[in-house]
Design a protein around this ligand. Structure first.
Ligand code: FES
Length: 181
């Protein structure tokens, strides 16, 4: 039991708070400072090491190619062929081909081809998200879509006669690729 002295000088047995051992207090302070020093040193080494490693990873955004071969010409028969990976339609009318993008010009949903024999062109594009509609030539006429669907450029690869879809170059509405039969 440890005693304590009151204000009046009387000695009171027992203590409200145990007195800490000063050498143990110093030891725990030393431990804390040591740990803090170690953490700071580790952080100082880790940051430049991470930056060095990061420098070996190229800061490049990988995007799918915008110009690519989409198959032999024979794949594209009369009418519409949908290319899901490119979100584009390729239309063939005898010896001419053209491509219309299927990405809605409102918020980018994929439009669907709706066959409608009663309308000019025989079909329309309908967007399932907010109801935009486009005529067969891609012109927007209903819903929130602010502009027509894009036309992409087509080409034939010289080396193997495959059709090339080039989404990096937009074409005018009347643009057509003519191929020999
Ligand atoms: S994304 Fe097509 S109408 Fe909204």
């Amino acid at each position: 039991m440890i005693s304590a002295r009151t204000k009046s000088g009387a000695v009171r047995p027992g203590l409200d708070h145990p007195v800490q051992n000063p050498s143990r207090l110093q030891q725990s302070r030393r431990d804390f400072i040591g740990t803090l020093g170690f953490a700071t040193a580790a952080l100082t080494c880790a940051v430049p090491a991470w930056m060095c490693l990061r420098a070996y990873v190229p800061n490049v955004l990988y995007e799918p190619p915008r110009r690519l071969k989409v198959g032999p010409l024979a794949r594209f028969t009369e009418g519409a062929t949908y290319l899901p990976d490119q979100r584009a339609f390729v239309f063939r009318e005898k010896d001419t081909l053209f491509s219309i993008g299927a990405r809605c010009t409102h918020l980018g949903c994929t439009v669907q081809l709706a066959k409608m024999p009663e309308v000019e062109g025989g079909y329309e594009f309908h967007c399932p998200c907010h109801g935009s509609k486009f005529r067969a030539d891609g012109t927007n006429f209903a819903g929130p879509a602010p502009s027509p669907l894009p036309y992409y450029t087509l080409d034939i690869a010289a080396e193997d006669d495959q059709l090339i879809l080039d989404m990096s170059v937009l074409a005018d509405k009347g643009w057509r690729l003519t191929v020999r039969s």
